[in-house]
Design a protein around this ligand. Structure first.
Ligand SMILES: N[C@@H](CCC(=O)N[C@@H](CS)C(=O)NCC(=O)O)C(=O)O
Length: 325
C-alpha cells in the first residue's frame, strides 16, 4: 500500500505510525523500519534515525514519509534475507538475462552471476534442469525460491527488495496492470519478431543451423508490426512505455530485446529501426536511466556486433575481388 504518512516517535525507542485499514478509520500501531546499508539490513529504532537515513529532517518531532507499507510477512522476509545473495543464472548474449542482471545492478541487489552457456547446451545439464525444468535462461535462486521467466523474476525482485525505486513496478494497481499488459504483449509479439528475425537471419546460419527464407520473412513482418505498435501505441503518451515518466521493468526488458538488433548489418539495422524515432529515443532514455550498467552489461553484444560487421566486410571484399577476376 502506498501512502504519505506523518509519524512521530511516541516512546524514545519506538516509532509509532497510523496503520491504514480498509473500512475503519486510521488507528495507531507500532512499525519498525529496516534500511539496507553496507549490504545489511539495519533496524532504525528512533525517529531521528529514520530522518537521517531518509535524508530529511524532523518537524516538531515528526517526519513526513512517502512509503510503501509492506505486510508483516514481507518485513519478516526482509529481516531473514540479511545474509542471502540472489543467484542469477544466464549469459550476457541473452536479452532477458541482461535485463535481470542490469536490474540487480541498478537497484543494488547483491547477486552472484552464474554463466549458463546455451551454445554448449549447459541449459540441459541435470543440475540446471533442477532450477529451470524448461531449460531456458535466465533463472534465479533466492533462498528456497527457484524462479524462471524473466518477467516473473523482475516482478519478484521489485517486490522482495525494499530498496527498489517504486517506478520500476509501481504499487498503483492501474499502473501495474498497464505494465503487465506491455509485458504480455512483449512475449506474444515483439520477442517473437526480434528474436525470430535475428536468430533465423543471422545466428542460425553462423551456427550451421538451417534457416528458411519464409520463416525469416514472417519474423521480419512481426518485428516491423511490433515496432510500429511500440512507436504509435506504447510510446504515445510519454517518454517511457504505457505513458510513464520514469522507466518500469517493462522498459528495461523491451529495450534489452531491441538491443539485439545491433547485431544486424548496419544496412538492415537502419532499414528496420530507422523509421521509428520514438523507439530509438526511448532506448537511449532507458540506457541513460540505467547508466552505466546498461552499456557495461551489453559489452559482449557490442563486441559481437564488431566481429560480425568485420566478417561481413571481409566477405564482401572477397566477393568484389572474385567478380573482377
Ligand atoms: N520467456 C523466457 C524466454 C527465455 C529465452 O528465450 N531464453 C533463451 C536465451 S535468450 C534460451 O534459454 N534459449 C535456449 C533454449 O531455448 O534452448 C523469458 O523471458 O525468460
Amino acid at each position: 500500500m502506498y501512502g504519505i504518512l506523518w509519524c512521530r516517535a511516541l516512546q524514545p525507542r519506538t516509532a509509532q505510525l497510523p496503520r491504514p485499514r480498509a473500512n475503519r478509520g486510521p488507528n495507531v500501531g507500532t512499525f519498525s523500519m529496516w534500511y539496507a546499508r553496507d549490504r545489511r539490513y539495519i533496524l532504525l529504532e528512533t525517529i531521528d534515525a529514520w530522518a537521517e537515513c531518509l535524508n530529511t529532517s524532523t518537524v516538531d518531532g515528526m517526519i513526513r514519509l512517502e512509503l510503501f507499507v509492506t505486510s508483516n510477512l514481507q518485513l519478516k522476509k526482509v529481516k531473514d534475507r540479511s545474509e542471502m545473495v540472489v543467484k542469477v543464472y544466464g549469459e550476457r548474449m541473452s536479452e532477458p538475462s541482461r535485463a535481470v542482471i542490469i536490474f540487480c545492478k541498478v537497484n543494488g541487489i547483491e547477486f552472484e552471476e552464474i554463466e549458463i552457456d546455451v551454445l554448449k547446451n549447459q541449459n540441459y545439464s541435470p543440475e540446471y534442469k533442477e532450477i529451470n525444468p524448461m531449460n531456458q535462461i535466465p533463472a534465479i535462486v533466492d533462498g528456497d525460491l527457484k524462479l524462471f521467466e524473466s518477467h516473473a523474476i523482475l516482478i519478484y525482485l521489485s517486490c522482495a527488495f525494499p530498496q527498489v525505486a517504486s517506478h520500476w513496478y509501481p504499487s498503483d494497481v492501474y499502473k501495474r496492470a498497464k505494465i503487465h499488459s506491455v509485458l504480455d504483449w512483449h512475449h506474444s509479439f515483439l520477442r517473437r519478431g526480434a528474436a525470430g528475425f535475428v536468430f533465423n537471419s543471422l545466428l542460425a546460419p553462423l551456427s550451421g543451423i538451417r534457416s528458411y527464407p519464409q520463416v525469416i520473412i514472417q519474423a521480419e513482418e512481426i518485428l516491423l508490426r511490433s515496432l510500429s505498435k511500440l512507436e504509435h501505441t506504447w510510446l504515445k503518451d510519454g517518454p517511457f512505455l504505457a505513458g510513464n515518466s520514469q522507466p518500469s521493468i517493462a522498459d528495461l526488458i523491451l529495450a534489452c530485446e531491441i538491443m539485439q538488433l545491433e547485431l544486424l548489418s548496419e544496412k538492415d539495422h537502419d532499414r528496420i529501426l530507422g523509421p521509428y524515432m520514438k523507439v530509438l529515443q526511448w532506448v537511449e532514455d532507458t540506457k541513460s536511466a540505467t547508466a552505466p550498467h546498461f552499456d557495461e552489461v551489453h559489452e559482449l553484444l557490442f563486441e559481437s556486433q564488431k566481429r560480425f560487421r568485420e566478417q561481413r566486410a571481409t566477405k564482401s571484399r572477397k566477393t568484389q575481388v572474385k567478380s573482377k577476376m
